[in-house]
Design a protein around this ligand. Structure first.
Ligand code: NAG
Length: 550
């Protein structure tokens, strides 16, 4: 029912804003005249549940001259068929299912009996043994075999946010348990990585040695060194993001598994205290992370963690922390594994919208205004708008742009959920923006990613009829060890598989690649890691957006 309500609002706003639609409104009157052949009113009212009007409206409206159509023979245009076609083109439910399968392909450690992605097997079972701890499990971040704790924790926070906001939609689509499994594969590992309140393992394996080889995770021969932060070697960003992940995950599990949820919350609280009391940037303690996932600062992670801990506990001390922040981030240009200010701003804006903090005192309205400035820039009504490709993709940065698009898309979707029940809107410098417009933005970006783009190519692997085939991904690009168990040696992998100009033997379903350049161009080549590498941070935010759209 909620979605029909939203659709109604969209139609309403379009009617108000588009002259050509106003002309089209004369249908009802026209219907009483010669249009006996096509009953538009019936067509509009009957298939509402089945037909995606919102999508159909946003696309073909510009292309169709209704006035001209009315003067022509009406039999020429079959609107219902056109609507049905555009609906059939994008199957959000299938995309949602694949998005969660992707996390199974990225699993490290001993795979569980329910593992659905069958070309993968157990790997890195001795992780942590060099330090006398069990660090089996967790996720490989992208196309290599390193477990990077910083983006892994952000991935878990994004999966949890997606699951918290859209739990009932996920349940309806039979994907809630898969979403919780995806979170738990990460949090089970992060629990092991946090053996003492002020000790957190933040990486296993190192990018340098890993990148000199091209091997399946199942038979990699590179060092599996464990790296940690502690009181003498702090990392407030890593500890803060991991606290945020634990706190958000504790909310996701609150109903389904209260005991586990409580355990997650304990880890979250300890890590937040560790992050606050031992200040520092984590790559100064874990140097090997610096070349790959260098953090630009930790103030954002501390606010982000406090916001999630407040949401998980309702404890005023976390609110006080947010209230005393000297720097709430300002207007940001991205939301990413490195920069969480927008996330913290949006969570505080939710509190303002709900009347839980005063809108007119302290820094609360500042958080909200800054969150909304980011959203305004995405929807092209701000002072410093995000660039768009000619095909309509939000384009932030050249290297793995889709990670930023995906994260911004979750922000737009979640914010539309926060605005809707309050009937609130955003005052952008370019005009007022209401909740349905935010959802339209999210849908336009998802549609682009899933194939509505100048290349007609889906940037979600395995989705649609045309998608990238040469993903920069060690496991997917080498024959499954189940088909050919003979080990692939370090250099042999480059010769036999990396340099092979042929599709990957294993389809990495649900992976979102780095994506096109600012001219909508894409090269399906394994060596182009800026475009052709997928990462867990790309897909995680889309889980919630796809659940909303499915
Ligand atoms: C974008 O990518 C396409 C395909 O790789 C390429 O042909 C084009 O030159 C690129 N454009 C820019 C501006 O880099």
């Amino acid at each position: 029912m909620a979605s029909i309500h939203v659709l109604g609002l969209v139609c309403f706003s379009l009617i108000l804003s588009t002259h050509s639609v106003l002309a089209a409104l004369d249908y009802e009157q026209a219907l009483t005249k010669p249009l006996a052949a096509i009953d538009y009113e019936q067509a509009l009212t009957k298939p509402l549940a089945a037909i995606d009007y919102e999508q159909a409206f946003t696309k073909p409206l510009a292309a169709i001259d209704y006035e001209q159509a009315l003067t022509k023979p009406t039999s020429a245009i079959d609107y219902e068929q056109a609507f049905t076609k555009s609906l059939a083109a994008i199957d959000y439910k299938q995309a949602l299912t694949k998005s969660l399968l992707y996390f199974e392909a990225q699993r490290s450690g001993k795979l569980p009996p329910g593992q659905r992605v069958q070309w993968r097997g157990d790997s890195a079972l001795k992780d942590g043994s060099d330090a006398g701890v069990d660090l089996d499990g967790g996720y490989y971040d992208a196309g290599d075999n390193v477990k990077f704790g910083f983006p892994m924790a952000f991935t878990i926070t994004m999966l949890s946010w997606s699951t918290i906001e859209f739990a009932s939609k996920l349940e309806t689509k039979n994907e809630l348990s898969n979403a919780l499994d995806a979170i738990k594969w990460g949090t089970d590992y992060l629990i092991k990585a946090h053996p003492q309140p002020n000790v957190l393992y933040g990486e296993v394996g190192d990018g340098g040695s890993d990148h000199t080889c091209w091997q399946r995770p199942e038979d990699m021969t590179t060092p599996r060194t464990s790296f940690k932060i502690d009181e003498q070697h702090p990392g407030s960003d890593l500890a803060g993001e991991t606290a945020a992940a634990f706190a958000a995950a504790s909310i996701a599990f609150k109903d389904k598994d209260p005991t586990y949820s409580g355990k997650l919350l304990t880890h979250a609280k300890q890590l937040f205290e560790f992050a606050r009391s031992h200040a520092g940037v984590y790559q100064n303690s874990i140097n090997v992370a610096g070349q790959f996932y260098s953090s630009s600062g930790y103030e954002d992670e501390l606010l982000w963690a406090a916001a999630w801990l407040h949401r998980a506990t309702d404890d005023k001390s976390y609110l006080d922390y947010l209230g005393q922040a000297g720097n709430t981030g300002g207007a940001r240009t991205v939301f990413s594994w490195d920069d969480k200010f927008v996330g913290a701003q949006v969570l505080v804006a939710k509190l303002v919208l709900e009347g839980k903090v005063p809108a007119d005192s302290g820094p609360w309205s500042q958080y909200k205004n800054q969150a909304e400035q980011f959203i305004c820039s995405c929807i092209q009504k701000g002072n410093n708008n995000v660039k768009k490709t000619p095909g309509g993709l939000l384009w932030f940065l050249p290297f793995n742009n889709l990670q930023y698009t995906a994260a911004a898309t979750l922000i737009a979707t979640v914010y539309s959920e926060y605005l809707s029940p309050k009937r609130a809107s955003i005052q952008c410098s370019g005009g007022i923006v209401q909740a349905p417009a935010l959802l339209d933005l999210a849908r336009s970006q998802v549609d682009y990613i899933l194939g509505s783009n100048p290349n007609g190519m889906s940037y979600m692997v395995g989705f649609g009829s045309k998608y990238p085939t040469q993903i920069h991904h060690r496991g997917a690009s080498i024959v499954s060890f189940k088909k050919d168990p003979s080990p692939v040696a370090c250099q042999a992998g480059f010769d036999a598989w990396f340099n092979k100009n042929a599709p990957n033997p294993n389809v990495l379903d649900g992976a979102i690649v780095g994506g096109p350049n600012d001219s909508d161009g894409y090269t399906d080549s394994r060596s182009n890691f800026q475009m052709a590498e997928a990462a867990t941070v790309n897909t995680a935010p889309l889980v919630g957006v796809l659940a909303k759209l499915a």
